[in-house]
Design a binder for this molecule. Sequence first.
Ligand SMILES: [Zn+2]
Length: 160
Amino acid sequence: MNNTNMSDKELLPCPLCGKNKGYSLSEGSTYRWWNMTCNGCGRIVDECSSDRRMTTGTPLPERCRNADEAWNDAGEYAESLRQQLAQQPSVDVLVDAERYRWLRERYVMANFDIYNAEKFEDGVSGIIFEMPEGITYSADINAVIDEAMTEAKPIEKDVK
Ligand SMILES: [Zn+2]
């Protein structure tokens, strides 16, 4: 079916609830204006100019071009914010990144190849960084790093 009908036009999600269930039309304050009610949350999102009918009470179309455009205008900014948020790293990733940056400033040696430690002269495997007196160690490396971050003094770097 070669259908260029306006009802095929892509509608953005509701700016208020984010659901993608489209709108329903109802008469607004006068027959010249229609309210667009979200089919997801039931709130009136915006209004649009009607088809300029001259009487009230006539059945309204399911979709119309004016309403599609007004709906998408209303939802455009919210949708752009949703897409930006979707690209943000999770809180877990941000916390890990903070740990890594903290550790990177302090580490002096790292060797994660623990199964081939004997080929290094000192045979040490692991990661070594600034530690307070009485080394804290645990199977939970995040907890160890977090504790070291809490107790450590700031790094003073040479400025070139
Ligand atoms: Zn909604």
